[in-house]
Design a protein around this ligand. Structure first.
Ligand code: FE
Length: 244
């Protein structure tokens, strides 16, 4: 596989900010996306080692400012490449106080969202954090910044803790494919077994529902039905059933 393919994914650039017990934090991220529209929810992906991640989870709140194309590079430098434990990123910066409690940076921004955390999902190195938008505003007609424009103009790449970080030496290399059997999905199976329909009467056997009228519990695959199973409607035997 070619890691360079990941650079073809389109992103914007955003300033994510939060505050807990008077400690403000903020960082630059490209991974912000809308999860649902009703209610409006946004997702962000935060490295477990980042100070901001702890502040976001402890406060249960964050803001997202959409950066404009001609962003002030001091904002990118301070928020993108410094830690809030070393400098006060907010000195000299214009920001609002969101209803969620998070500061909302308005300098170099075209829009903002104020979010309450509703869920966080442990993804190994990162937490996927979902926030419900409680307020938002558009503050400028300027064009928003895209990650591609930023990369090309400033020749700057994601820092190491970014979910989209790629080691430079690996960018052009051919990386071995990941064996498909190494991936164990953690989700519900919607079609665990297939439905079969009785060719005589049209009754459909759905493995998700089973056939309680015949004492077959939900989740029983058609293949696993007893040999003497009969259609509950017309009494046809198993061989009359066809896969849907
Ligand atoms: Fe039947």
């Amino acid at each position: 596989m070619k890691l360079k393919a990941f650079h073809k994914l389109s992103y914007g650039l955003y300033l994510i900010a939060s505050e807990y017990r008077d400690k403000k934090t903020g960082y630059i991220a490209n991974t912000v996306f809308q999860v649902t529209s009703d209610p409006p929810q946004l997702a962000i992906s935060c490295h477990k080692n980042n100070f901001s991640t702890r502040i976001i989870l402890d406060s249960g709140a964050f803001s997202v400012s959409v950066l404009k194309k001609e962003v002030n590079m001091k904002i990118v430098g301070d928020f993108g490449f410094m830690s809030s434990t070393d400098i006060n990123k907010f000195s000299g910066i214009n920001y609002l106080k969101g209803q969620s409690g998070a500061p909302i940076v308005i300098d170099s921004s075209v829009a903002w969202f104020d979010c309450k955390v509703v869920k966080s999902i442990d993804m190994g190195t990162h937490f996927l954090i979902i926030g419900q938008v409680i307020d938002s505003d558009e503050i400028s007609d300027d064009e928003p910044l895209t990650y591609q424009y930023y990369r090309e103009k400033y020749k700057m790449y994601s820092p190491k803790n970014s979910p989209t970080y790629i080691e430079k030496s690996k960018l052009e290399a051919e990386i071995p494919m990941i064996p498909v059997q190494d991936i164990e999905p953690e989700h519900e199976h919607f079609f665990d077994g297939e439905s079969y329909v009785c060719a005589i009467c049209g009754f459909t056997y759905n493995p998700e529902e089973g056939d309680p009228s015949m004492g077959i519990s939900p989740g029983t695959r058609f293949e696993d039905l007893p040999a003497d199973y009969r259609c509950p409607i017309c009494n046809a035997s198993k061989e009359y059933f066809k896969k849907v």
